[in-house]
Design a binder for this molecule. Structure first.
Ligand SMILES: [Zn+2]
Length: 280
C-alpha cells in the first residue's frame, strides 16, 4: 500500500524484466495499489515460482498470468506470498482453480520473528517486518535482485504497521547491496541503494517535521489530525487516514524516545512536546 498519489508510469500487463523475472500486473489499480499489484514469475526453467497473486476475482490478471506461463513454456512450481494483504494473497484461490493442473505449495511468512531466513529454490526469503509484521522480501542471488514486496514501492512511499522494525528492515535491504529492486507496486527500481536511503531519510525528515509542529505549539496538546494537517499539507483527503496512521507511528516512537508526551483527554488522543527542564 502506498501513501500518496502522483502521475504513474504505465506498466504492461505482462513484461519480461530480466533473464529470470517476468512481471504480471495485478490489474487492480487504485489509490493504495498504484498501477496495481506487481506479481512476479521467477526462474528460467519449466517450473517457476510465482511471487504474490493480486486481488481476489480478477480475471484480467489470471489471463495475464496464463499468457506469461504460455509464452515462457513454464508452469508454477510454488506460490510465495510476501505478506498477508488482500491485494497480494487474493488471487490464490482462482489460480488454484483456473491455472494450476496439480497441487502446489503456497509459502507464506509467519509472524514468528525467531524464524530463520529460508531458502526456496531459487530465492531466499528474508523476514522484513514493518509494513506488516509477517512481511518478507525475496533475494535472487543470480541477479543480485531483491523482490521488496511493500517495504519499498516504485513510486511514492510505503505505509507501515511498526516504524521501529520497518526502519530495521530498510537497513536489511541496504545491507544486501542489491543491484536492482522489484517492488510490490510501481516501476522497477534501478538505483536501490539511493532509493532505500531516500526512504530512510524521508522517515527521519517526517520525524523532524512532526517534532517541529509540536515544538512550535509547545504547551498545547495536539491531535494526530492537527499534526497531519500541517505535515501532509495538500494530501489527497482520502489518504489522510493512512497519513494519520503513519504519523501516529512516528509519535509513538517519539514517546519512547522521551521527546513527546502522550495524553488521553476524554478518550481523545493528544500529543505534546516534552520541554527540557531548566537546570537551576
Ligand atoms: Zn500491496
Amino acid at each position: 500500500m502506498a501513501s500518496s498519489v502522483q502521475k504513474l508510469t504505465p506498466l504492461a500487463a505482462v513484461e519480461k524484466l530480466s533473464e529470470r523475472i517476468i512481471r504480471i500486473l495485478g490489474c487492480n489499480p487504485g489509490l493504495h495499489t498504484l498501477q496495481g499489484t506487481n506479481t512476479y514469475l521467477i526462474g528460467s526453467g519449466k517450473r517457476r515460482i510465482l511471487v504474490d497473486t493480486g486481488s481476489p476475482g480478477n480475471s484480467e490478471y489470471i489471463k495475464g498470468l496464463q499468457k506469461a506461463l504460455t509464452d515462457s513454456s513454464s508452469s508454477i512450481q510454488e506460490i510465495v506470498l510476501t505478506h498477508w494483504h488482500h491485494d497480494h494473497i487474493g488471487g490464490v484461490k482462482q489460480i488454484f482453480s483456473d491455472v494450476l493442473n496439480d497441487e502446489v505449495d503456497v509459502f507464506q511468512s509467519s509472524r514468528d520473528l525467531s524464524q530463520p531466513d529460508e531458502d526456496i529454490s531459487p530465492v531466499k526469503a528474508i523476514h522484513t517486518p514493518g509494513h506488516t509484521e509477517e512481511h518478507m522480501i525475496l533475494y535472487l542471488e543470480e541477479e543480485n535482485a531483491v523482490l521488496a514486496g511493500d517495504t519499498i514501492l516504485g513510486e511514492s512511499t510505503a505505509v507501515f504497521e511498526d516504524l521501529h522494525s520497518y526502519m530495521q528492515s530498510l537497513q536489511k535491504i541496504l545491507d544486501l547491496k542489491p543491484s536492482i529492486l522489484y517492488p510490490g507496486h510501481g516501476i522497477v527500481i534501478k538505483n536501490p541503494l539511493e532509493h532505500v536511503t531516500y526512504y530512510i531519510n524521508h522517515r527521519n525528515e517526517r520525524e523532524n517535521q512532526i517534532l517541529d509542529v509540536l515544538q512550535k505549539q509547545a504547551g498545547t496538546n495536539l491531535s494526530t489530525l492537527d499534526i497531519v494537517k500541517v505535515v501532509y499539507k495538500g494530501l489527497n483527503p482520502s489518504l489522510i487516514p493512512s497519513a494519520c496512521g503513519n504519523a501516529r507511528h512516528h509519535l509513538k516512537k517519539l514517546v519512547k524516545d522521551d521527546k513527546v508526551e502522550h495524553i488521553v483527554e476524554e478518550d481523545e488522543e493528544r500529543w505534546c512536546i516534552v520541554t527540557s527542564k531548566s537546570n537551576i
